[in-house]
Design a protein around this ligand. Structure first.
Ligand code: UD2
Length: 315
């Protein structure tokens, strides 16, 4: 049994990672400042983990949490492209300085390996699809720049200090527990909640932008493989499915699932938005043995089922 520290463990992705680690019998610590994470995401497991309500912007406060830790899954971050465009300073403090703090604390505690949640946003408007890790990155937002900087820091920490780091470029992860109540939430949580609440979803732009929407268990699988796989240290890898869908297609799929004919409203495109996104997952396949098990349509159906239960009015 190993000791895992999940930063951002009360968040959407983090809480799924925690669940899977516990299912495997591992020992789990969570470090989270609950800024975007939610206690209720861990409510079923809180008695089985150690929880530290701390902020990665404070290096000295977080250091003790790393003592005795074998593996760090570093997911704590301030997500959202538009939030970072509005407030680049906080985005930088959390996503860049915070990541550097987590790396320093991990190095000094002699952690065996750290897995970093990087982002598909690093590719920006590079016109070549699918995205391959050797493409030149071109971040379009402070969020994308922060995640890319985190990757570079990871590689440096592997090369300079021997801290094994693996950076995974997550491609638009979705699924249960993504908070639908913030304007900065992922598009699918906002759209599904709008359907359930009888509101009209808004598409920013013409709806022809595409994403490699990735159901969260696929991401959990890749993340835990990355914490163990031989030959992964120092690498950056895409984690997606390898299929992309536009927002207009997504609305059609949701209309099918809900048996409705919702017509979305269209607004101006978002600043810093990426137009097309599609992962080549060959490297993660080869290096990690990663294989996405759930594709978009099925993940979307399962996610809708979850939100239907979650957002149902109390009986
Ligand atoms: C980026 C990253 C993703 C992850 C995420 C974290 C890309 C391609 N992806 O996601 O991997 O790191 O950041 O925040 O950069 N939209 C609407 N209506 C809405 C909300 C969103 O049309 O109500 C659009 C939005 O303009 C964008 C798409 O939906 O074109 C997806 O937006 P998102 O916020 O879910 O995720 P995105 O792609 O910025």
């Amino acid at each position: 049994m190993a000791v895992y520290l999940v930063t951002g463990g009360s968040g959407f992705i983090g809480s799924h990672v925690v669940d899977e680690l516990l299912r495997r019998g591992e020992t789990v610590r969570v470090l989270d400042n609950l800024s975007t994470g939610r206690r209720q995401n861990l409510s079923k497991v809180i008695d089985r983990i150690e929880f530290f309500e701390l902020d990665i912007r404070n290096l000295e406060k977080i250091r003790p949490v790393f003592a005795g830790v074998d593996y760090v899954i570093h997911l704590a971050a301030l997500p959202s492209v538009p939030r970072s465009v509005k407030d680049p300073l906080t985005s930088n403090a959390v996503n860049i300085d915070g990541t550097l703090h987590v790396l320093l604390a991990s190095r000094d505690a002699r952690v065996k390996r750290l897995v970093f949640a990087a982002s598909s946003s690093a590719y920006g408007d590079n016109p070549i699809l699918p995205r391959v890790e050797t493409h030149i990155p071109h971040p379009l937002s402070p969020y994308a720049l922060g995640k890319l900087t985190g990757e570079y820091y990871c590689r440096l920490f592997t090369d300079l200090y021997g801290l094994e780091c693996v950076a995974l470029r997550y491609f638009n992860i979705f699924g249960p527990r993504q908070n639908p109540d913030s304007p900065y939430s992922g598009v699918l949580s906002l759209f599904i909640a709008a359907y359930i609440r009888g509101q009209t979803p808004t598409i920013f732009g013409d709806g022809e932008q595409s994403r490699d929407f990735t159901y969260v268990p696929n991401c959990v699988q890749a993340t835990l493989l990355a914490s163990q796989a031989a030959g992964a240290a120092g690498k950056v890898m895409n984690v997606g499915v390898g299929r992309s869908h536009t927002l207009n297609q997504t609305v059609e799929m949701l209309n099918d699932i809900f048996g409705r004919k919702v017509v979305p409203s269209y607004g101006p495109p978002r600043e810093g938005d990426v137009r097309e996104s599609l992962a080549d997952i060959s490297l993660a396949r080869q290096t990690l043995g990663y294989e996405p098990k759930v594709h978009y349509a099925e993940g979307l159906r399962k996610t809708v089922e979850w939100y239907r239960r979650e957002l149902a009015p109390p009986a």
